[in-house]
Design a protein around this ligand. Sequence first.
Ligand code: 13P
Length: 335
Amino acid sequence: MSELNNIAIKILENGKGILAADESTGTMTKRLDGVNVPSTPENRLLFRETLFGSLSMKKCIGGVILYDETIKQTTTKKNKIPELISKMGSLPGIKVDTGTKALAGSLEEKITEGLDGLRERLKEYNELGAKFTKWRGVYNISKNYPSKLSVHSNAHALARYSALVQECNMVPIVEPEVLMDGDHSVKQCLEVTSEVIKKCFDELIAHKVDLKGMILKPNMILAGNKSREKVSNEQIAKLTLECLQSSVPSEVPGIAFLSGGQSEIEATENLNLINKHNNTNFIMSYSYGRALQQSALKHWSKDIQDIEGTQKVFNHRAEMNTLAAQGKWSKDLEI
Ligand code: 13P
């Protein structure tokens, strides 16, 4: 087994998943504003080090995706953040894209930036302890979108990024996110997501990316958040599996879903059903941001010194998702 394949499996084995704590300062400020906590570097660090020091890091969280600010921070107990994560038995990772801009040629769509100087930045992150990385491409569904141009150019950027990351001996997480925003049907989401993922793999193969040494981070197959269509959790699981089975090459070791605006319980329930019905060889786990942190953030905001109470809330969510990643979750385990 290659070193990269080992890392990918270590992150996702035995029901472990990924904590996506890589919100940019802008996004984190929005999250903190939402719970009335000032967004200072100290507060952003305090919340994050509280999560990273939790017990569930040992048995549930195989990897943590960090943001540039956080990977360079030192905890109140004078530990470097990547060292704290490693000490807890998890692996530190880093978001390396620099966000989205309007796509020239189709200005209502987005292209992800960050390729210029990436080789040098990767070297620096690797020296800081990163073992894996993340890059997110975004796609909207509407009557005319996503355009062929957006599907192609985002796939091309994801592939160029992945090749550079593997050259630097880290595992790339490839995240093509088809957004839930809009009134599209679940069928449209299935068609668009399948097309987007297939195009990503065409480009990854063209760029000679080792598919055994990467993790795919897709959205689940859901109806738009403004659609009136009623789709059962069973159907979501079935369509998500159908999509991945037909569009992901069998060499890929693992798939870690984003939560994308689902509630905490929805994200857990859907992951659980996906695993109950999983007849593929892919590990199917989670790489959640909001669906892992929402309750913990709410609890913490009431008393930012309540480390133990916040960790308890986070541990519960992490444990529920790790059960779901093995198809062993049930609603009565929720408190
Ligand atoms: P959500 O789970 O909140 O969608 O975040 C995952 C992520 O990493 C988005 O890039």
